[in-house]
Design a protein. Structure first.
Ligand code: ADP
Ligand code: MG
Length: 241
């Protein structure tokens, strides 16, 4: 689903990604770990077509992302959902309106929107919060709303940038179960950026460790844990081991 070859990306003088090579199979849940500033978010933004890259190739579902013009890029991004640590919900809107927003932008009919929103709240388990405002629901529920919104355009890929980092361990676990369920039931390819060991172990089959814009280690998660327990501990911190 995602094939990255010799990808390089700089912000002015600062080279943020150098020579990234990565293949993520269709229907997988793939983990990306690394210290703050390693380039994880930038890599996700490249995959999403939000960030240019100078060299190399990045092919998502058969499309070279760099080749897209503005209109094509908009269509392309429609097929990729993204969620964040800070949820990024619109505080004045209800849960319903937040989830409906992308469909409104794409001019779906009211009837289509209503059907989809109700399906999605059912899927993510917040049917009883449809008309609540973000300030009236918990962090875990906010992330569920963000997930529902990210799924509203039936994406092929879901990118999760530290999506469980601001949640307590129990809530984080429930969000990861939901992500696993979405992967199983909808077959969506998922990329998870995280600092949390437990997230890697319970969700990802394969991971890459990003260090200063390079991939320091890549492979099956349990093998990397066996091979590089110290490196992982140093990178991620011991708090979650
Ligand atoms: P991570 O998500 O792993 O913490 P980021 O991808 O956010 O890392 O950032 C990688 C590096 O790129 C950092 O040094 C950061 O300061 C820099 N960076 C990120 N976005 C920009 C930007 N828009 N302009 C300039 N530098 C940036
Ligand atoms: Mg980041």
């Amino acid at each position: 689903m995602i094939e990255i070859k010799n990808l390089k990306k700089s912000f002015g003088e600062l080279q943020v990604l150098s020579d990234i090579n990565l293949t993520i199979g269709k229907g997988k849940i793939y983990g990306l770990v690394g210290r703050s500033g390693a380039g994880k978010s930038t890599l996700l933004r490249c995959i999403n077509g939000l960030e240019n890259y100078e060299e190399g190739s990045l092919i998502v579902d058969g499309i070279e992302v760099k080749s897209l013009n503005n209109e094509a890029a908009r269509e392309f991004r429609r097929e990729i959902g993204m969620i964040f640590q800070q949820f990024s919900l619109l505080s004045r809107m209800t849960v319903y309106e937040n989830i409906a927003l992308p469909m409104k932008c794409w001019k779906y009919s009211k009837k289509q929107i209503d059907k989809k929103v109700k399906e999605l709240v059912e899927l993510v388990g917040i049917s009883d919060k449809l008309y609540a405002k973000p300030r009236e629901i918990s962090g875990g529920q906010k992330q569920r709303v963000a997930i529902a919104r990210a799924l509203s355009m039936n994406p092929k890929i879901l990118l999760c940038d530290e999506a469980t980092s601001s949640l307590d361990p129990q809530t984080a676990k429930s969000i990861i179960s939901l992500i696993n369920k979405i992967n199983n039931e909808l077959g969506i390819t998922i990329v998870i950026v995280t600092h949390q060991m437990s997230v890697l172990r319970s969700a990802c089959e394969e991971i890459s460790i990003l260090e200063n814009g390079r991939i320091a280690e890549a492979g099956v998660v349990e093998e990397i844990f066996l091979r590089q327990p110290k490196a992982l501990r140093n990178l991620i911190g011991v708090k979650d081991l």
